[in-house]
Design a protein around this ligand. Structure first.
Ligand SMILES: *Cc1c(COP(=O)(O)O)cnc(C)c1O
Length: 398
């Protein structure tokens, strides 16, 4: 009898009881809006911002409506205007080029390496094409950040980090999101903390922080932002910065604070599952696991591997076979965007030249979620199923 996995790849853990209680308290108070406080009260949103800034070691933090909103706000706040070109990853998810398009700017895609990070040689070659890089740490893979910063600093490129998959992760012990000028995080259900929707924005630059607060819709109540810059930072920009509302509310912040307090524990649990899967997959003929750099502190909330040189029909049949055994694999090589797996040439609002080297990598990328509702035993079962099915398809194709 061959195993069948019966768990769900989309089932997250419940919100911690402390978060539920705090949320109920906010609802009982009726003061859900971040600026609706009584004398002596600090809004949950403000407390979340202070705690998050401290956790990553950033000076300023702003809680917003989504990760996508954090990115569009970052682009606006660093001065991107309609018609500007913005460098970004060819291997990322749709909200990233979408954020660039939302401010009327034009994505210029940078390739992906077989280690699934941004191709720094390609970045260096394109460095004269834009003043801003929206760097996506796609699926938690962090590139050599020292080298990236050398390239960007030399070319005068401002770096905005998309940390939707790297909350809790670091490169050389420096938190992901604090290498560039702005770090953007998502609190959406499938990321590392879950408030349904939500985002966080961090920076050390007082002017950029002040602009972001004004953009998010501060009604001139910016002095209540205890994780914001001093009020002098607003003097000039408060008249010049349009209100493009996208605040976070106290209900979401209340749900998130206990999760943030638990983040390190949760990241360790993700990594146990990730390495159980990696261990089970390593050495499978036809399948390449992704080697992680020693400088990378990972959060293994998903796992990727490569099927190098496989025919499309073979990949599709592997996907099908695994699915009948309860294992959901996503494939970035599919010509059609399915679910979350779109790629640079799926975004046809961008006139992107072909990238043959990246195409060759993308064609082999298999991706799988690792929710914390999986046990370590589940991870072993899943790895065994993939190993067996890869074996069958790979043998048949030979
Ligand atoms: C989810 C995600 C985002 C945006 O987050 P939302 O909160 O859904 O807007 C950005 N980048 C990547 C790579 C993502 O997966």
């Amino acid at each position: 009898m061959s195993d069948v996995f019966t768990g769900s790849f989309t089932q997250q853990e419940p919100i911690p009881e402390a978060g539920i209680e705090a949320a109920v308290e906010v609802m009982r108070s009726g003061r859900l809006h971040r600026y609706n406080t009584v004398a002596g009260e600090t809004a949950q949103t403000v407390l979340l911002e202070q705690e998050f800034a401290a956790s990553v070691g950033a000076k300023y933090c702003l809680a917003v409506a989504s990760g996508g909103y954090a990115m569009t706000t970052a682009l606006r706040a660093v001065g991107v205007r309609a018609g500007d070109r913005v460098l970004t990853n060819a291997f990322t998810l749709a909200p990233v080029p979408g954020a660039i398009a939302a401010v009327g700017a034009v994505p210029v895609f940078v390739g992906v390496t077989p280690a699934l990070v941004i191709d720094l040689d390609d970045l260096a070659a394109k460095a004269d094409q834009a003043d801003v890089l929206l760097l996506s740490h796609m699926r938690g893979h962090i590139c050599d950040m020292e080298r990236l910063m050398v390239i960007c600093d030399a070319a005068g490129i401002t770096v905005i980090e998309d940390c939707a998959h790297t909350m809790g992760a670091a490169w050389n012990d420096k938190a992901s999101g604090t290498w560039g000028t702005v770090g953007c995080y998502s609190c959406q259900t499938y990321k590392h903390v879950n408030s349904g929707e939500g985002g966080l924005f961090v920076t050390d630059d007082p002017q950029i922080a002040a602009r972001a607060i004004m953009y998010s819709g501060s009604y001139m109540l910016y002095t209540s932002h205890l994780a914001g810059p001093p009020k002098e930072a607003f003097e000039q920009i408060k008249y010049e910065t349009p209100n493009i509302s996208g605040r976070m509310d106290n209900l979401r912040a209340a749900i998130l604070r206990p999760q943030l307090a638990d983040l390190a524990t949760q990241c360790a649990r993700w990594n146990e599952r990730y390495y159980a899967l990696e261990h089970g997959l390593r050495g499978t003929p036809g399948l390449t696991v992704i080697e992680r750099a020693p400088q990378e502190k990972i959060v293994g909330s998903s796992i990727q591997f490569l099927l190098d040189g496989w025919k499309d029909t073979a990949v599709l049949s592997l996907q099908e076979q695994c699915k009948t055994r309860g294992v959901e694999l996503k494939w970035f090589g599919n010509a059609e965007p399915v679910g979350f797996t779109s790629r640079y040439d799926s975004w046809r609002y961008v006139d992107a030249p072909a990238m043959p080297d990246s195409d060759a990598v993308l064609a082999g990328i298999i991706d799988m979620r690792v929710p914390l509702t999986f046990s370590l035993n589940d991870c072993s079962v899943i790895a065994r199923i993939i190993r067996e099915e890869v074996g069958k398809v790979f043998q048949a194709e030979k």
